[in-house]
Design a binder for this molecule. Structure first.
Ligand code: SF4
Ligand code: FES
Length: 371
């Protein structure tokens, strides 16, 4: 493990204004997706921020300059005060985006959310039939509910994005997933290849796409973008284990967005708690702006000063910021290392070997959380 500089405070000049806040309202969720990126240790319901505390967070975020508020979970519809929270976001002129599985929503509730000022809905799909989607999500009846929710969202006049996490066991349905999103009236679909954070790592061998699947998905997305031009926008996160360079995770650490966990901890990204050397402040103890500007975790990997070689002298360092810190931690054991997804990382060969090994393993049954 390579030593890296201790987290330190930066001058205010190097700190940007965050664009987005992801509010993980709760970890409670009726689904049990095997690729869940929530931590292994979930926050209990009695530890969650209260309605007033969440509204206080939204007020501080708006004052800090945040424009986009993503309401996520777990399943945010598990919060009884969801309509109240959306109304508060609307009063603060925050653009609110509900990221939901759809389970827990009713037609009346969707209408109430729209009336409260909700701006946008992101609905996840796990597959294109009840058999495949309900098996992957670990929730019987989920698929039918999602189809209904998409109709209620359209009926309430809310714009819809469909989220589809792709992996070995549903990647062959990708074309049908895009067609389904069009059928549901979505303006956008986010096709994201599975990332191995949180619970997903437990299901690595069942989820890792093969190199052939990953390549076919890229070709399919390019063709679909042509075919559906003007109908639906397709955002695509390719399989990074078979990529050449990493993605700019979070648009750069401490640069564009921040996450607040159900109990109020403020994180630079949703998986940051997997980096054991970091400590996180809570909105229960410190103002949000101070955490964003001065928090040790936020300053640990801001900018480029913390980088090691080969990133330090690389011409792409301001493009991808050395990749994902959590992936560097998971795969290299050092959060300041070059993300092993990068071909210039000395660990890249080992990463590809492990991915090929996982992809060749028997797909097998999923390990569902708590079951
Ligand atoms: Fe990005 Fe670092 Fe790879 Fe350069 S060496 S491409 S900065 S991850
Ligand atoms: Fe944490 Fe990429 S998930 S930096």
């Amino acid at each position: 493990m390579t030593a890296h500089p201790a987290p330190r405070e930066r001058s205010a000049a190097s700190v940007t204004v965050p664009m987005a806040l992801l509010a993980e309202l709760t970890h409670r969720c009726p689904l049990a997706c095997p690729y869940c990126s929530n931590p292994l240790e979930l926050t209990r319901a009695d530890e969650e921020l209260s309605t007033a505390e969440w509204i206080g967070v939204f007020e501080q975020a708006a004052a800090l300059g945040v424009l986009h508020l993503h309401l996520s979970g777990g399943e945010p519809a598990s919060r009884r005060d969801l309509v109240e929270l959306v109304a508060a976001a609307s009063r603060l002129s925050l653009y609110s985006n509900l990221i939901t599985s759809g389970v827990g929503l009713t037609e009346t509730r969707v209408k109430a959310l729209a009336d409260a000022g909700l701006d946008h809905v992101q609905l996840s799909i796990q597959g294109t039939s009840a058999a495949s989607a309900d098996r992957i999500g670990g929730y019987k009846g989920g698929y039918q509910r999602k189809l209904a929710v998409a109709g209620w969202v359209a009926g309430a006049g809310l714009p819809l994005t469909v989220n589809a996490v792709c992996h070995r066991q549903n990647m062959d349905e990708l074309e049908a997933m895009i067609a389904l999103a069009v059928e549901l009236g979505a303006r956008r679909i986010e096709v994201a290849t599975v990332q191995f954070h949180g619970w997903a790592d437990r299901n690595r061998a069942a989820l890792m796409p093969t190199r052939e699947q990953a390549a076919a998905a890229t070709v399919l997305v390019a063709a679909a973008r042509e075919r559906y031009k003007g109908v639906i926008v397709i955002d695509y996160v390719p399989a990074d284990h078979f990529a050449t360079y990493p993605k700019a995770c979070m648009g750069g650490w401490g640069k564009v967005g921040l996450n607040v966990t159900p109990s109020g901890k403020v994180l630079p990204c949703h998986a940051a708690e997997t980096i054991p050397s970091l400590t996180f402040e809570s909105v229960r103890d410190m103002p949000l702006e101070r955490i964003w500007r001065e928090g040790a975790a936020f300053n640990a990997f801001r900018g480029t000063d913390w980088m090691q070689e080969p990133c330090r002298s690389c011409e792409r360092r301001d493009i991808d910021f050395g990749g994902c810190r959590c992936q560097a931690m998971a795969l290299a054991g050092d959060p300041a290392a070059t993300d092993p997804v990068c071909v210039r990382s000395p660990l890249h060969g080992l990463l590809v070997e492990a991915a090929e090994r996982d992809a060749a393993a028997e797909a097998g049954a999923f390990v569902y959380r708590g079951r």
